[in-house]
Design a binder for this molecule. Sequence first.
Ligand code: FAD
Ligand code: MLT
Ligand code: ZN
Length: 483
Amino acid sequence: LQRNSNFAKLTQEHVKHFQELLGSESAVIDGLSRDASEDIESFNSDWMRKYRGQTKLVLKPQSTQDVSSILKYCNEQKLAVVPQGGNTGLVGGSVPVFDEIVINLQRMNKIRSFDEVSGILVADAGVILEVADNYLAEKKHIFPLDLGAKGSCQIGGNVATNAGGLRLLRYGSLHGNVLGIEAVLPDGTIMNDLSTLRKNNTGYDLKQLFIGGEGTIGIITGISIICPRRSEAINVAYFGLESYEQVQKAFIEAKNQLSEILSAFELMDGRSQKIVNTVTGKKFPLEGEYPFYCLIETSGSNADHDSEKLQNFLEHVIESSVVSDGVLAENKTQIQDLWTYREGISECLGHWGGVYKYDLSLPISVLYDLVNDVRDRLTEAGVVGNDDSFPAVDVVGYGHMGDANLHLNVAVRRYDKKVEKLLEPFVYEWVQRHNGSISAEHGLGIAKKAYIGYSRDETMLKLMKQVKDLYDPNGIMNPYKYI
Ligand code: FAD
Ligand code: MLT
Ligand code: ZN
């Protein structure tokens, strides 16, 4: 990959322009910022420490107008940019590839309005997800998205990646929940589609292009989103199972018996749980060890009714030998502890040095077969094992069972060409054969860009490229990524 020579290189004159535009506090320049604690390095490298850019300038606009002025100038000067939220993305999309200017939204962090009757929240794109959810909790509502990175990711970043997360099964995707978007196009035009209407069939629904657009056609500066009432009662169960067959049966039973109160059904294999146990030292939730575990959450309005239902469900699946052992959380701390065994996986997997991550949609019946096939493949090639001579530590599978979304992860001691060659294109070919998707919820970024053809045909790619060219004719928005 080579730097596109059509893009201008940053000069002192450009920097001076931005400083005059935003004030020196809103720029981090070549590692020297007003705030001495701030290092440009953190804006250049991603959460997995796998991708590293070389920007010399980070801009932190405080208003939509700031974003508009920045982009207009960048477009005129042919300066390439990378929109950046909380920088928790998992496909290398949020950091520069070369010297692109980072436009970080962290200073655009105001809640604009909340309507208690409709449950519609309007907020700046840079509001941290957990901050938005805590605000909503005070109003007895919930943000219809939750994920492990909630303490750092921004709602604008969530929308830009169309994040799925832990409760999509209950609340649906951001394509349905986001009602409006305010965004700035590369030429500085402010697209005000910040509608708070549930229904609006007046022409093409252009905001949908920004949901999952990964910052390639504009910068999202504000969103409006419909938020459900927060459930009074939350219950969590965690259980062990002997086979993937049993997991599928448990899923059918959960939908059957818990139907309207089911808010999460997550799958973790035994190896992923062992890794959490090893890295965190936290006590295993169950006595025995099983090849598979599931975490179920229910959310409803009547605690007694819900826990009775969940208890009955658990008794039924244990009696019918679908589930081997299970535990119900009895208070908030236990709920949190059980969730740690699911939400903590991503962080723990990075413990040895690196992770090869595959975020896949697959038909539920074959979902775990891929993990077995990949493990066999790496084992036969002699690259996975317990001591330092092996590059790979383990092959694990976990994910959002309720959405048929598998996270296949290979934890490694070091990124290694041999391991990579065994994984790719093997994994993508496998997914294509089963009519799956090579990116279920994390997006394409730079990591998956080259593989989009495994999930989209030529006609679809051509249409996507036409959209990109229409919105961003100079190609300054998040170049080298996506398509
Ligand atoms: P960033 O990482 O900063 O950016 C992501 C992409 O969006 C980049 O391409 C960037 O250019 C673009 N972007 C960011 N902000 C804007 C904006 N305002 N306008 C236009 N483009 C923008 N994802 C899931 O789907 N489900 C999960 O369960 C999940 N769990 C996670 C758990 C952990 C521990 C981690 C680290 C990540 C997880 N993710 C998950 C990945 C997920 O994509 C991100 O956490 C989140 O959605 C990205 O938000 P962010 O603000 O960090 O965006
Ligand atoms: C998750 O579900 O935990 C996230 O998508 C992050 C990951 O895949 O590790
Ligand atoms: Zn996920």
